[in-house]
Design a protein around this ligand. Structure first.
Ligand code: BEZ
Ligand code: FE
Length: 286
């Protein structure tokens, strides 16, 4: 075999992938190789840097366990998770509640709770707050019986799943159903900004690149209803720090809300959620 130039090597790899039977896998793999090779050429990647990258990715995988997903954290902090979300969920009907990344702290099977019930199972001195609003369809009609599967961090900054020896497993998690007018009401505490797990390789990379690990204060929700497209979303506190520098690029302006004291001094956050109609569902006639 004669000496290969950089471009000839890239062409040879692409050629070997050309026989991939699945056309989508072929497209993805050939594009990945083109971009990886261009990247290495552009930065003139050294042997040491290549090895450091391999070690970093290995460590990232090794850091993963049942409750820690360091590889997704890497994708999140590089903006890839939010980019995939934008690619797949923009261009939908205007006015729909925008989706955001799921994050690593979602645990299925949260306790069912009554309308207006509290999801605080452990008092850590957090500021009491009420999260309320309606679930509506694209025509503004209320969606009765929609389910909001909600989770947030405690005022110490941790989710229950991160502190199994401190917080009860159901703390600050709950599934709520909307009433006949599409209303939901959740008693909780005001969410606080918190750092994403930064004691692993991703945290080191943030530090080495002069970035902070903080997320703006938010509550997560997955909202589902028969005949509608589910949405994985957040609501953000407008007064939170880090709205403009969220470590995982998850903030969308349409999801930022005020927490305003009511007559009793309890903070209320009002947030309506608008769901798209699922393909094939009957159009509401009002
Ligand atoms: C979260 O909001 O729970 C989250 C999202 C991405 C990375 C870490 C945490
Ligand atoms: Fe979160």
């Amino acid at each position: 075999m004669t000496h290969m130039s950089e471009d000839e090597l890239t062409a040879e790899v692409l050629d070997r992938l050309a026989g991939t039977p699945d056309p989508r896998l072929r497209e993805v793999m050939q594009s990945l190789v083109r971009h990886l090779h261009s990247f290495a050429r552009e930065v003139r990647l050294t042997d040491e840097e290549w090895l450091a990258g391999i070690r970093f990715l290995t460590e990232t995988g090794q850091k993963c366990d049942d409750v820690r997903q360091e590889t997704i954290l890497l994708s999140d902090t590089l903006g890839l998770s939010s980019l995939v979300d934008l690619i797949n969920h923009t261009g939908a009907e205007p006015g729909l509640t925008e989706p955001t990344i799921l994050g690593p702290f979602y645990v299925p099977g949260s306790p069912w709770r009554e309308h207006g019930a509290s999801m605080v199972e452990y008092d850590d001195g957090g500021e009491p707050a009420i999260l309320t609003g309606r679930v509506l369809d694209v025509d503004g009609a209320p969606v009765a019986g929609a389910v909001l599967d909600v989770w947030q961090n405690a005022s110490t900054g941790f989710y229950a799943v991160q502190q199994p020896d401190v917080q009860p497993p159901g703390n600050l998690r709950g599934r709520y159903r909307t009433d006949a007018e599409g209303r939901y009401e959740i008693r909780t505490v005001r969410p606080v900004p918190y750092p994403i797990p930064d004691d692993g390789p991703v945290g080191r990379l943030l530090e080495d690149t002069g970035r902070h690990p903080w997320r703006a204060a938010h509550v997560h929700a997955i909202v589902t209803a028969d005949g509608h497209v589910p949405v994985v979303t957040h609501v953000f506190d407008r007064s939170s720090a880090y709205l403009h520098s969220d470590a995982v690029f998850g903030v969308k302006g349409s999801l930022v809300r005020d927490f305003v004291p009511d007559a009793d001094g309890v903070l209320v956050c009002r947030h309506d959620i608008v769901l798209d109609r699922a393909a094939g569902s009957p159009v509401s006639l009002g």
